[in-house]
Structure formats: structure tokens, C-alpha cells
Write a protein that binds this ligand. Structure first.
Ligand SMILES: Nc1ncnc2c1ncn2[C@@H]1O[C@H](COP(=O)(O)OP(=O)(O)O)[C@@H](O)[C@H]1O
Ligand SMILES: [Mg+2]
Length: 272
């Protein structure tokens, strides 16, 4: 089971768009996917026109069972949504000791998925720390311009710091250039720069495409909304490259080893 957090402390870089279309694309390739939202803006549910029942707040704070919070969204695709109540969870967890490990604790028995995709908020909040600690991998969507490049550097440092402080090993396994406009000199300059620096983990760029902006209005992934669009082509290519990486990054963990790992993380926290 690959557990992937889609993260960047910068807003508007395509985290939610990537989470939704990556999850939808993987599920269309017969992968069993759970899509979770750790952002109180609740953009995942809003983009998919999902009327939420129990959600991430209920799981983390109200002791709801995991089975109650997971809802089927389509073939091979389930969701744990969030809404504005998650802001309260953030405030509650910020005051609690060792609360960075709560999500890992709550999900330690989760199994039966090929992929867990976690959308996150533009911050380094306690909720995002929970997401990073739970996941084995981080994908960083990054727009192709100067400020976004600067934010990427800071995000990489932040992930390294979290790994160091909490004795975890979340690996950055994909950098995804987004909002790429090939007519724009700056976009090309920063795409080249990122390709040079991160040649082994950078994906092909996701180009600017208005269809990607329109799809959420209709509650659809880009594949359901317009399979012939540039956005669908680019996200198809990303999905393929993620599936290609399975040999490198898929940890075939049994439930036992998931429990052991989570216990190790908790031990690491109390030692620090
Ligand atoms: N490749 C793209 N082309 C055009 N619009 C995009 C693209 N990717 C994202 N968007 C739009 O940009 C805005 C921000 O994207 P979003 O995925 O919500 O970013 P984040 O989750 O990082 O804040 C949204 O309106 C989204 O529809
Ligand atoms: Mg978002």
C-alpha cells in the first residue's frame, strides 16, 4: 500500500487538483484508492460534489470508527472528506502532546488499498504534520515560477526537519511542475532549473488548462469531464509514471508491520 501526501505550504499550486485527478486516474487503472482530505477548506468534497456524512474531524476527534468515515465515491475509489470543522481539530491537536501521531494511530489497521492519497492544506499545521508522518511518500506540486521555486526549497527543508524531529522517514518521491505555460519564458526557465536539480524525481509538467478549472463545477475528475483535454493527457502521464514507480516505492506491508512501524514512530516521539 503506497501512502502519498500531496503537499506544499504554498497555496494555489494544484495540490487538490492533483490529489483528485491522481486518485481518479489510479482508480481507472484498477488500483484501489482511498482519497483523504486534511484541509479544512474541504475542497476535495466540494470538487467532487460529495455530500459528507462522517468525516476527518469525526475520525480524529469524535472517535468515529474508520469504517464509518470512509465512503465509496466510484469504482475502486473511496473518500474520507473534510469540512470547516477540521479547523477545530487543528486547534485541539495543537494543544495536545504527541498529537502528530494521531492519524497514524487511527489508520494503523487500514488495509485493502493500493494507494492512499492525502490532500493537505497550504501550511505546516499539526494536521499536515500528521499527514506527513502517516505517509511514506510526499509528492510536491509546484508552479513553475520564481516564488514557487523558493517555496519548493523551503518545503523540502521542512519535510527534512519533520523527519528529523519525529524520527520518521517520509521520502519526497515526486516533484510535479504545475500551471505550466510553455509560452511563458519564466515557466520554461524554472522548469529547466527544476529538471536539472531534481532530475530523478521530477515528472513531466501539468500544463495550464481551463478544463481543469471547470471540472470541479460539475463534480467530475478531468477524465470524466473531458478525456480529450490537455489536462487529462497530462494527468494520464502522471498516473502512468506513478504506477511505473511501484517497484521502487511500494512497501508490501502486512497489518502487523504497519502496527510495528507506527509503534516505532510513537516510541521515537516520546523519546524526543
Ligand atoms: N493545470 C491547471 N490549469 C489551470 N488551472 C488549474 C490547474 N491546476 C489547478 N488549477 C486551478 O487553480 C486553482 C488552484 O488549484 P488547487 O488545486 O485548488 O490548488 P491548491 O490545492 O494547491 O490550493 C483552482 O482554481 C484550480 O482549478
Ligand atoms: Mg487545496
Amino acid at each position: 500500500m503506497r501512502k502519498i501526501c500531496i503537499i506544499n505550504q504554498k497555496g494555489g499550486v494544484g495540490k487538490t487538483t492533483t490529489s483528485i485527478n491522481l486518485a481518479a486516474g489510479l482508480s481507472r487503472n484498477d488500483k484501489k484508492v482511498l482519497l483523504m482530505d486534511m484541509d479544512a477548506q474541504g475542497n476535495v468534497a466540494a470538487s467532487l460534489h460529495y455530500e459528507s456524512g462522517k468525516d476527518m474531524y469525526d475520525l480524529l476527534i469524535e472517535n468515529a470508527q474508520i469504517e464509518e468515515c470512509i465512503r465509496p465515491l466510484g469504482k475502486n475509489l473511496d473518500i474520507i472528506p473534510s469540512r470547516e470543522t477540521l479547523t477545530k481539530a487543528d486547534a485541539i491537536l495543537s494543544k495536545k502532546e504527541n498529537s502528530q501521531f494521531l492519524l497514524s494511530e487511527k489508520l494503523k489497521k487500514l488495509k485493502g488499498y493500493d494507494y492512499v492519497i492525502v490532500d493537505s492544506s497550504p501550511s505546516l499545521s499539526i494536521l499536515n504534520q500528521n499527514a506527513l508522518i502517516y505517509c511514506d511518500e510526499a509528492f510536491i506540486p509546484v508552479a513553475t515560477d520564481y516564488l514557487s521555486y523558493d517555496a519548493l526549497k523551503k518545503m523540502i527543508e521542512a519535510i527534512m526537519t519533520i523527519n528529523h524531529v519525529f524520527d520518521t522517514n517520509t521520502e519526497i518521491t515526486k516533484i510535479i511542475p504545475t500551471l505550466y505555460d510553455m509560452r511563458n519564458k519564466i515557466c520554461k526557465e524554472y522548469l529547466d532549473k527544476m529538471r536539472n536539480e531534481f532530475y530523478d524525481i521530477i515528472s513531466e509538467p501539468i500544463r495550464v488548462n481551463s478544463k481543469l478549472k471547470e471540472a470541479p463545477k460539475y463534480g467530475k475528475s478531468i477524465f470524466a469531464y473531458d478525456i480529450k483535454s490537455r489536462g487529462a493527457k497530462d494527468y494520464t502521464q502522471l498516473v502512468k509514471s506513478v504506477i511505473n514507480d511501484e517497484n521502487k516505492f511500494n512497501s508490501a506491508e502486512s497489518t502487523d508491520s504497519v502496527e510495528l512501524k507506527s509503534a516505532k514512530k510513537t516510541a521515537g516521539a516520546s523519546a524526543s
